[in-house]
Design a protein around this ligand. Structure first.
Ligand code: HEM
Length: 160
């Protein structure tokens, strides 16, 4: 068995390279709350309106769904070396979770330094010594065996 294998096998999707802006990542928590309430009220009105004749076309619900899917995921996305991992399945990265500090910003430096200090949660890692770059590579192996890559930070300057 290879290094850092998950205890339970994880089926991963092919990595995506959709651009995700830093603003989208940073706004994540607020947007998610706003969006969840929006979704709830919409699904209520949808079920109420099912019997009436003026229903919204299905395509507009699908759009709401797609947009919300994307925004909800931005609540717990952790970019490392510019690649955005969807860590939303793990509550450790959500609001109030132990590793929430890593969500929404590039966590490369923090992971390299084994640090949870907010000032270390940033993208630059090239100036670090070899040992720390090795630690970062180990974390990348860890994340890439567990989490889907859903995009790339737009304009990232810290990729390999
Ligand atoms: C008192 C200190 C710490 C303790 C007791 C601790 C404990 C743990 C435990 C028990 C896990 C779960 C391991 C597993 O799922 O197999 C974990 C995961 C993790 N720890 Fe820590 N940790 C500590 C400090 C840190 C620090 C300083 C960092 C900063 C880099 C860190 C980053 C992580 C990350 C990224 C994960 C992976 C979470 C995931 O995606 O599954 N930890 N830690």
């Amino acid at each position: 068995m290879g290094k850092f294998e998950p205890k339970v096998p994880v089926n991963l999707d092919p990595p995506k390279d959709d651009p995700i802006t830093l603003e989208e990542l940073a706004k994540a928590n607020v947007t998610t709350l706003a969006l969840l309430s929006q979704l709830l009220s919409q699904s209520f009105s949808q079920s109420f309106s099912q019997s009436s004749s003026n229903q919204k076309p299905l395509s507009s619900w699908i759009n709401v769904e797609r947009r919300s899917e994307r925004l909800i995921h931005t609540n717990a996305l952790t970019p490392i070396q510019g690649k955005v991992y969807d860590v939303s399945a793990n509550k450790a990265y959500r609001e109030g979770g132990t590793y929430n500090v890593f969500a929404g910003k590039d966590a490369s430096r923090a992971l390299a330094k084994s640090s949870k200090e907010p000032e270390d949660v940033q993208s630059e890692w090239r100036d670090l010594d070899e040992e720390r770059q090795g630690t970062l590579n180990d974390w990348i192996t860890f994340f890439s065996k567990r989490y889907n890559i859903v995009g790339v930070v737009q304009g990232a300057t810290n990729m390999e």
